[in-house]
Design a protein around this ligand. Structure first.
Ligand SMILES: C[S@@+](CC[C@H](N)C(=O)[O-])C[C@H]1O[C@@H](n2cnc3c(N)ncnc32)[C@H](O)[C@@H]1O
Length: 359
């Protein structure tokens, strides 16, 4: 099929998922997005040039939703109550209802395809069970066939192990075969090796000079920025060998071990961990610049990964522009769906819904 596939992104963030659809080159064009965070909304507008409703989705007037072929998006991930346990409190219930706002837009617009992305736990939640029930009983939703499961971004060429719950629904098809074929790893057709951290970031300077995000003359951004750690933090980083973590600090420099860790002799092995060169990174979250929050130390240099390194690990192209403070940009990077995973999803739904020219 040639021509534009009109796409709408709800809970759009910076647009990692939308970037994947765009860069697939299959004709997807985002024509409208909804995002409550002002900095992320500005990033989206900057990169996709479409109208962005920068407020709560609950307030979007029905008439503002345009006619589109595809809806994509990830309702926020906090606090899904596991099946069989009643753990809802008022605020969590409110967050959980956001996926229903997504469904409301689906019912209004009736796109050919919709894609929901979320944390893996969503697919084990009461809310997801309710979604499956609606897919079978709701007059508007019954027309869709669907497939779902947990996908690892590394299987789709991303230099990162990042597991996401993905749900794909297509109207008026016989079935949605699941999962999308991995492009990398042991289940890929040619056993293509995973993309490693070395592949993704080894070309970047060891110790960046700038401390602030700067616009370059060619319109790109310098996101390879350093922090200014205390001597004590530096000494801690130096005590962690390749692949090591906070327990190496205890072995090598017990004098530098923070009291709260000394009091907690067991627990997560990622805290103050060093990444490995020869494998995909661990999951990058929104505070990747704090080594005390996870395995975010560079494999060989004595510093946490930079914003550019995190964006590369998320498979953002270097010409993607982020708007906001360092903290806001880190949040957008850490919250994103890796564009390369998005690209595989874009191909998957294209083959199912648009390749034959039907809409
Ligand atoms: C997981 S992130 C989305 C990431 C995005 N799909 C990407 O690939 O970059 C979820 C987003 O939902 C936004 N959000 C949360 N509550 C919202 C609401 N009530 N209305 C609109 N957006 C909301 C958050 O600000 C956050 O950016």
């Amino acid at each position: 099929m040639t021509g534009t596939i009109r796409t709408m992104d709800l809970f759009a963030g910076a647009g990692g998922l939308a970037q994947g659809f765009k860069q697939s080159g299959l004709g997807y064009e985002t024509v409208f997005a909804v995002e409550i965070d002002p900095a992320a909304a500005r990033t989206f507008k900057q990169n996709f040039g479409c109208p962005v409703y920068d407020g709560p989705i609950e307030k979007v007037p029905d008439a503002e939703y345009p006619q589109v072929d595809v809806i994509i998006g990830g309702p926020p991930c906090q606090g899904f109550s596991p099946l069989g346990r009643d753990r809802d409190d008022a605020s969590r219930a409110e967050i959980n209802e956001l996926w229903q706002q997504y469904l409301k837009a689906v019912r209004l617009v009736r796109p050919k395809v919709f894609v929901i992305e979320n944390v893996p736990e969503f697919q084990k939640s009461v809310q997801f069970a309710r979604l499956l029930q609606l897919m079978e009983t709701d007059e508007d939703l019954k027309a869709y066939k669907f497939g779902y499961g947990v996908l690892n971004a590394a299987d789709y060429g991303v230099p990162q192990n990042r597991r996401r719950g993905i749900f794909v629904a297509v109207r008026e098809v016989d079935a949605v075969p699941w999962p999308p074929k991995p492009t990398h790893g042991p289940d890929s057709p040619e056993d293509t090796p995973y993309v490693t951290l070395h592949d993704a970031i080894a070309d970047l300077p060891a110790y960046p000079e700038r401390t602030e995000i700067t616009a370059e003359e060619d319109g790109r951004q310098d996101l390879h920025i350093r922090r200014t750690p205390t001597q004590k933090s530096l000494d801690r980083y130096r005590a962690i060998p390749p692949g090591g973590n906070r327990f190496d600090l205890r072995r090598n420099r017990p004098d530098l071990e923070p009291r709260c860790w000394a009091d907690k002799p067991t627990g997560t092995t990622d805290v103050m961990g060093r990444l490995w060169w020869d494998r995909p990174s661990v999951t990058i979250r929104t505070e990747f610049y704090k080594p005390e929050k996870g395995r975010y130390l560079h494999p060989v240099h004595d510093r946490p990964i930079t914003h550019r390194e995190a964006a590369r690990i998320q498979s953002f192209p270097d010409d993607f522009v982020f708007v906001g403070s360092k903290i806001e940009v880190a949040r957008q990077i850490g919250n994103a769906v890796p564009p390369l995973l998005g690209e595989s999803l874009a191909r998957f739904v294209y083959d199912l819904a648009f390749a034959s020219g039907l809409r």
